[in-house]
Ligand binder design. Structure first.
Ligand code: SF4
Length: 429
């Protein structure tokens, strides 16, 4: 079923009604290096992989030839893959060379790939040995960016999880707030201003801009997620005593207000203060979304499974933009991370978890939505069939969280529809 659903009708969604398993068409976790290396400005990502991995990262990140990139690929050669060379020795040499040349590196990530997993290269043990060797100079950890059975945003979850062990212990009786999941610097600054107006103190962003910005964790830590794909990191932090605040994601005016209200509630701030602080940014944000409403209202949108942002984005589109959702495909459903979202989603919206490319494309063809949100690899094929698309990866790369970005978020969805209208007018003139 797809219809325009007013938020007042919402009674909550139970989660995916169907699961699919089959052919997948998504980027691998290495892709997350693109936004992570921009966020953690003194981190270096050393992929241990093949030439394919190197090409993926270089073309996706669009490296400028004058810039010194903070990622590289240690290419596994045939001798490595055949088990004829000692990969650990080679890795030690590459890391020593890298750290000798680049004194600004404060955190080194060894990033596993499909080839390193296939030959069972134990990068975690390698990272621990290298850490002991280069102690006090740089922190070293390992995570997998392999595309085997994962989607690209899981790369961030794996990356953050690999650093949980380095976070200090929060002093007994103290409390702090940790925002989990990458946000852009501008979004962090905006959030910090609102936290300060609310009186929420000792706020940490994880990951922070610098590798040394390590949030202390303990029973006094409250976690709030800024991204939906950091579930394993959240669980690792919960295992250290932290508790998760259930909230919608800060997407759109309503999502952002719900996010800050949940924090205010958990922090024990009286509701009048919260309402007073949020009123102006909320109203500004509503006006910015309203400017895009006519372009989106009554349109039908179909989400193919890709980024794990599908459910919160669909909630934003139905709650604030008058969009009808044909189907939400999500690669993985994490009930812990989605609890604050599902309660705001109409129960009749179809959610399918997992991926099976051909039947999913058949449903898009039969639904003929106005817009399909999908991976880059699928977009061209659908465009060739006259279907408008939006790359879901853009929603991860762009700063879309918070009140001040709500209008831009609506505009991201409206843009392909406006472009189509312009092309149609142009073709008749
Ligand atoms: S990690 Fe795997 S999926 Fe990703 S680029 Fe390398 S080989 Fe390809």
């Amino acid at each position: 079923m797809s219809s325009v659903i007013a938020s007042s009708e919402v009674v909550g969604h139970a989660g995916p009604g169907e699961q699919e398993r089959g052919q997948r068409a998504v980027f691998c976790g290495l892709t997350s290096i693109i936004w992570l290396h921009r966020r953690i400005q003194d981190a270096f990502f050393l992929v241990v992989g093949s030439r394919t991995c190197a090409h993926l990262i270089q073309s996706a990140a669009g490296v400028m030839i004058f810039a010194e990139p903070r990622f590289a690929t240690a290419i596994l050669q045939e001798r490595d893959l055949a088990g004829m060379a000692d990969c650990n020795e080679e890795l030690e040499r590459v890391v020593a060379e890298l750290l000798g040349r680049r004194s600004g590196i404060k955190r080194l990530f060894l990033v596993g790939s499909c080839p390193s997993e296939v030959i069972k290269l134990d990068l975690e043990t390698a990272a621990a040995k290298l850490q002991a060797k280069h102690d006090n100079r740089v922190r070293i950890s390992a995570f997998s960016g392999s595309g085997i059975e994962t989607t690209f945003t899981q790369g961030e979850d794996q990356c953050l999880q690999s650093t949980v062990k380095d976070l200090p212990v929060l002093a007994e009786g103290a409390r702090n707030l940790v925002v989990v999941g990458t946000v852009s610097d501008i979004v962090e600054d905006q959030f910090r201003r609102i936290f300060s107006d609310l009186g929420v103190e000792d706020v940490h962003f994880y990951p922070g801009r610098r590798a040394q910005e390590l949030a202390p964790i303990g029973p006094g830590t409250q976690l709030i997620a800024a991204q939906p794909f950091v579930g394993e990191t959240v669980r690792a932090l919960q295992a250290r005593g932290a508790s998760l605040i259930s909230a919608p994601f800060p997407l759109g005016a309503e999502g952002s207000r719900g996010w800050f209200e949940a924090i205010g509630d958990a922090w024990g701030i009286d509701s009048d203060t919260v309402a007073r602080v949020l009123e102006l940014p909320y109203q500004r944000s509503k006006r910015a979304v309203a400017a895009q409403f006519d372009k989106l209202s009554g349109r039908a949108v179909h989400f193919l499974p890709d980024s794990q942002l599908e459910i919160p984005m669909a909630r934003f589109l139905t709650e604030e933009c008058g969009v009808a959702i044909k189907e939400i495909g999500t690669p993985y459903h994490d009930a812990l991370m989605m609890s604050g979202e599902l309660s705001r989603l109409h129960p009749d919206i179809k959610i399918v978890e997992g991926q099976d490319l051909d039947p999913a494309l058949e449903r898009v063809r039969s639904n003929r939505p106005d817009l399909t949100i999908c991976g880059m690899g699928i977009a061209n094929a659908l465009e060739a069939e006259g279907l408008r698309t939006k790359w879901s990866i853009e929603l991860v790369f762009s700063p879309v969280q918070g009140f001040d970005q709500a209008g831009d978020l609506a505009a991201l969805f409206a843009k392909p529809l406006v472009r189509e209208a312009v092309l149609e007018v142009g073709s008749w003139s």
